[in-house]
Design a protein around this ligand. Structure first.
Ligand SMILES: [Zn+2]
Length: 165
């Protein structure tokens, strides 16, 4: 209850108490009824204020929960993003490859650079092969990555050699 409304209500209640204890005859009844009505109005106002305050408080609590979840997701993504490095998937085609030292038992793989920029992880999976050219597709956004299979240390086909770990 807002302080101003509480103060007004307290004053009215005190006035009513004084009037009731001082009431001697029926002529005071009108004053008492007026004071009671005034108090009822103030109570209704205060109740409305309390409800609005509660709704606002619940909305704020809900927003805080959402933001906490968002922060947690971002922190998780930051840790996950550190496991990958940008590399040439094919000539002039870039994607993120799992660092050798960060495998943690996972097989070597690539993830989509477009999804990576949105703090998302989309695995590149083999889709098809045409005239020796393999096409991979992001499982998250469906972006296609052609692999021309040129021999280069910085580039690689998806035929990963077994991990030494
Ligand atoms: Zn993607």
């Amino acid at each position: 209850m807002p302080a101003a409304e509480f103060s007004a209500l307290f004053t009215s209640l005190n006035t009513l108490r004084i009037m009731v204890s001082a009431a001697k005859d029926m002529s005071d009844n009108h004053k008492i009824v007026t004071a009671v009505t005034d108090i009822q109005n103030q109570l209704m106002q205060a109740q409305g204020g309390m409800l609005a305050g509660l709704e606002k408080q619940q909305a704020q609590a809900s927003r805080i929960s959402e933001l906490e979840a968002e922060i947690k997701t971002l922190k998780n993504w930051e840790a996950e993003a550190q496991r990958y490095e940008l590399a040439a998937f094919a000539t002039d085609v870039f994607a993120y490859r799992l660092k050798e030292s960060m495998r943690n038992g996972e097989p070597a793989h690539w993830i989509c650079s477009k999804c990576y920029q949105k703090s998302e992880k989309g695995f590149l999976n083999y889709e098809s092969e045409t005239h020796g050219r393999k096409t991979f597709k992001c499982v998250a956004c469906n972006a296609k990555y052609d692999n021309d299979d040129i021999d280069d240390d910085e580039q690689r086909s998806m035929d990963f050699s077994p991990s030494p770990f």
